[in-house]
Design a protein around this ligand. Structure first.
Ligand code: DLL
Length: 435
């Protein structure tokens, strides 16, 4: 119960030398690291040597970070084709752990780490924890899944690097989570935002929430902050690049600061691959500048965002990427328009308390026409109301969604807590069209 207002916030920066570095110094550091990583992959990874030879580029052609656009892209497909260890740049005996993504179909995406990779990972998460106002005094309740998924271990490594106490709860069993948070005195917790439910808030000592692994909106942040009386932060990452801790927002919430000394971000037009200007939305592409086990060159994340290189009010010069609208994969083209689940979340939260921000989008094709149905959970009180009132609410939601999405939507009101809560990433869209 201790949200801190912006006026009373005391900003702490874990590594000011790096996080507030001048652009020239950062570019020099990135250039040195890029030259090194390009040499390492060229000499040790057949896949990259061939890719570079195919387009006639040699390590000597890369003289600074400005030359990055001479390098080829890496895609998820490339990882699949080289599964599991085809992109390894170090001997297997130097791999100290393997994490991954728990894709529900097909092969896993694998992320191998050297000891140094694990240390860098912990350091980046720790930078984020400090951004969230946490110190070695804090008790961090981690309810991201442990196991192959990087959420649990990533926050754990971050807490360790910070010297804080980690409680490795993993996901599931909300009642038990609440009991442990209360009994063990957690001051911060980390989980996907879709796990939030109001609980015995006043008995908790929480001051910060670290949430990510899926897109969530500013409206959702404000809602969680007001229910739990805490400050919430958005943590981003992907297992291929390292896991959580590639970027996180600070108290100003003006985007997520990218740890660009380790992960060089580019935002590119997804079709032309031209560099987007600051503020313009495109696909986020990362080059890992110091990773040893599986360095990635210009990895296309499919995540859509924009970048801003101006200095943040917190003092960090690290560039910020805007909160994610979604992945190119999440975007649905419905009746010719682009629809993201986050637009539905924003619209529902703009309606006040009657509806919960738990929803599911179902896309069908009827008589050659796309039909979008949005199932929306209704507040307990509302659900027991008379039909007439529910009809009025349904019409109101349909109107709000039509304005937000630009297409008409069928709205189905469902009972409180009837939409399945995910312990990992929430599934928000079911597309029944065989496109
Ligand atoms: O989700 C790592 C992670 C764990 C991040 C815990 C934050 C907290 P993957 O399972 O490989 O890794 O999934 C990566 O999840 O490409 C994004 O599409 C999405 N994602 C991750 N964080 C965010 C976020 C982890 N804060 C994929 N906002 C990424 C929006 C996110 N999307």
């Amino acid at each position: 119960m201790a949200a801190v207002s912006l006026e009373n916030w005391v900003e702490r920066i874990r590594d000011p030398k790096i996080e507030c570095m001048s652009r020239d110094e950062m570019s020099a550091l990135q250039s040195r690291r890029l030259i090194d990583v390009v040499n390492r992959v060229y000499n040790n990874v057949e896949f990259y040597r061939r890719k570079m030879q195919d387009i006639g580029v040699e390590p000597g052609d890369i003289k600074s970070i400005e030359d990055i656009d001479k390098l080829p892209f890496t895609t998820k497909e490339d990882l699949k084709n080289n599964y599991p260890f085809g992109l390894l740049a170090i001997p297997m005996k130097d791999v100290v752990r393997v994490q991954g993504t728990s894709g529900t179909t097909g092969k896993l995406t694998i992320a191998p780490y050297s000891q140094k990779d694990v240390d860098v990972w912990g350091e980046c998460v720790a930078r984020g924890l400090v951004m969230a106002g946490l110190t070695a005094e804090d008790i961090i309740h981690v309810c991201y899944g442990y196991g192959l998924f990087t959420g649990g271990m990533g926050l754990d490594f971050g807490a360790k690097a910070l010297g804080a106490t980690a409680i490795p709860m993993s996901a599931g069993n909300t009642k038990r989570q609440m009991m442990c948070m209360e009994d063990l005195g957690a001051t911060a917790f980390a989980c996907t935002q879709s796990l939030h439910e109001a609980g015995a808030v006043d008995r908790l000592k929480l001051k910060a929430g670290i949430h990510g692994a899926e897109p969530w909106t500013e409206e959702m942040r404000k809602k969680i902050e007001s229910i739990l009386h805490i400050n919430c932060f958005d943590i981003y990452g992907l297992c291929e690049v390292t896991g959580p801790g590639v970027a996180q927002d600070c108290i100003h919430h003006a985007g997520l600061h990218v740890h660009e000394d380790y992960f060089y971000p580019e935002v590119l037009d997804p079709t032309t691959h031209e560099k987007c200007a600051d503020g313009q939305t495109g696909e986020l592409v990362f080059t890992t500048l110091a990773k040893e086990a599986m360095p990635l060159i210009r990895y296309r994340t499919k995540d859509l965002t924009s970048i801003d290189h101006s200095t943040c009010e917190c003092g960090r010069t690290l560039p910020s990427i805007s909160k994610f609208t979604g992945r190119t994969d999440d975007m649905k083209v419905i009746r010719g328009g682009n629809v993201f689940p986050t637009q539905v979340e924003t619209a529902l939260l703009s309606m006040g308390g009657a509806v919960a921000p738990h929803y599911m989008m179902i896309v069908d094709r009827e008589d050659n026409m796309d039909v979008l149905t949005v199932m929306v959970e209704v507040d307990e009180r509302m659900f027991s109301d008379e039909i007439r009132k529910l009809d009025a609410l349904r019409n109101k939601i349909a109107a709000v969604l039509k304005t937000a999405l630009g297409i008409s939507v069928r709205v189905k009101l469902v009972e409180p807590k009837s939409i399945q809560r995910s312990e990992g990433k929430a599934v928000r869209v079911i597309d029944n069209r065989n496109l």
